[in-house]
Design a protein. Sequence first.
Length: 186
Amino acid sequence: MNQIIKPAVILLIITAVAAMLLGIVSETTKEAIAAQNAKTEATAMAAVMPGEGIEFETVLDVANGDAPEGTIQKISKAIKDGETYGYVLTTAPSGFGGVVSTMVGVDTTGTVTGLRVLSHSETPGLGALSTEPSFYKQFEGAKGDIKVEKDGGSIVAITSSTITSRAVASGADEAVKWVEANGGAN
């Protein structure tokens, strides 16, 4: 009996110490991780809604319990000189390997001002090319229905990665449609 209890107690102590250390590390790094995430988000927002003196105000956020429609995760209003300048929307359409988190800037005329793929689980060398300027820059200036060429649109899909390209185009299209439906594009 002692041969079973002694190793079990030792294992319990080791597990408790490891859990305590993981908890301490998690609490210690929580603020630094949150600050880095905020910095990354601010950089991406400035990239998709370029301009001087633009401030962003969160309108809806899934993380706050809001329930935007479709794959929209977050909506921020871009404000310049006290006036609505546009919106930055984060969408999460499904790609080949999972969710393709996409941030899209849309001005008040319903025109895409910029797009960035924030995160993805796509195939390296194929769908992962959605993070390259040669792909995402073609969304700038797009309006109306945003689709890849195979679906009758103007976006050139990444070779051998049509599903990922469609996902990014779908996220951009959803962002434009939201702005159009919510008074941003008159």
